[in-house]
Structures are given as C-alpha cells and as structure tokens.
Ligand binder design. Structure first.
Ligand code: 5GP
Length: 190
C-alpha cells in the first residue's frame, strides 16, 4: 500500500476545514478524491452513506477494529467512532487519485507518521475559541451539549498545531482558500 499523495486537513470542529476541503475537491487539476471515513455517529441532515461517511453501528465499527481494517481510528467523542478504512485509500489510489482527508488531529498525525514523505498535514486554525462557538451555534446541527463537548476538545486540539507541516489561519475564508489551493498545488506537483 504505497502510491499517490495524501493531503490531511485537521482542525477543531467549526474551523472551516470542511469548506476548504470541498473547495479543493472542486479543482480538477489537483486530481483529488475525498477519503470517505467510517463512523458510528448518527447521520445528520442530508448526509449520504458512502458519500459523506460510511455509517455503521458501534458493534460493526468494533468488528472492523478487530479485523485491523483501519489505517487509523479514533473515538473522537464518546461512543462516536471515526476511522479511515485501508480499503478506502487503496480504492482511491488504484483510481490514480491523490487522497484528501477531513479528519481529527490525532488521526491526521497518525497518517502523517505512517506515510511521512507522501503526506502534507495541514492544520486549519480558527480565529478564537469564542468565534468557534459562534460558528457552531450558527450551524445549528448540534445540541448545546454537543457544542460544549466540541469546544472543550478544541482547546486540546489547538495545542497540536505545531506538529503539522503547515498551519492555515482561517480568519478570512477567501484568503484561507487561496492559501490552501497554492499549498496543495505545490505539493501534488512536487
Ligand atoms: P463530524 O461529526 O463533525 O462529521 O466530525 C467530527 C470530527 O471527526 C471531525 O473533526 C472530523 O474531521 C473527524 N473525523 C472524520 N472522519 C474521521 C476519521 O476517519 N478519522 C478520524 N480520526 N477522525 C475523523
């Protein structure tokens, strides 16, 4: 298992990394494909199985852990497991793609460690914890309890930024998108 490039985008929930990843996926010249993660969390809104996530039960997820099917996995929030299936990366590499990941900081760093040369690990930094709170509230996809859980985790995650190859400050989205595009373009063409 060793082929195309890997682009990791990690950040606290609400930092805007998903928006950045979607933007990059819209650039055909970057030849990117999104790594669809497996998760045991419930489906939100219009999310589709196989497109946003492979949704599965906690016991199904644990079976995959036992079978060593994951490249990395994390219990990101209590009882909410997330992981990258080896088969997913193999599938996208076989299609000749560079693989882009929207995953949590621990998972991102683990992949970087496994494939140090092939991976660009990017940390997306929000302006402040207060701004994160506002963004998560405006998104209205989670209950207050869940938002508080994500905010508590954000402070811990922010401390890992120096371990990444690059930090993009998402204070102004247009600037962040441009910076991300340039970084990824340089990396996939290097
Ligand atoms: P959400 O529930 O908002 O979709 O995602 C919650 C967190 O889990 C986000 O930080 C997201 O990036 C992370 N995540 C999504 N997929 C994976 C994965 O495959 N592995 C890891 N470690 N984290 C993931």
């Amino acid at each position: 298992m060793n082929s195309g490039k890997l682009l990791i985008f990690s950040a606290p929930s609400g930092s805007g990394k998903t928006t950045i990843v979607r933007h990059l996926l819209g650039k055909p010249e970057l030849n990117l494909a999104f790594s669809v993660s497996a998760t045991s969390r419930l489906r939100r809104g219009k999310e589709k199985h196989g497109e946003h996530y492979y949704f599965m039960s906690v016991s199904e997820f644990k079976n995959h852990i036992k079978n060593e099917d994951f490249l990395e996995w994390e219990e990101v929030y209590r009882d909410n497991f997330y992981g990258t299936l080896k088969s997913e990366v193999e599938r996208l590499w076989a299609a000749g793609k560079n693989v882009i990941f929207d995953i949590d900081v621990a998972g991102g760093l683990r992949i970087k460690k496994k494939f140090p040369e092939q991976t660009l690990a990017v940390f997306v930094k929000p302006p402040s914890i207060d701004e994160l709170k506002i963004r998560l509230k405006n998104r209205s996809t989670e209950t207050d309890d869940k938002i508080n859980m994500r905010i508590a985790k954000a402070s811990v995650e922010l401390a890992t930024a120096p371990q990444f190859d690059v930090v993009i400050k998402n204070y102004d989205l247009e600037v962040a998108l441009e910076e991300a595009e340039k970084l990824v373009s340089d990396f996939v063409n290097s």
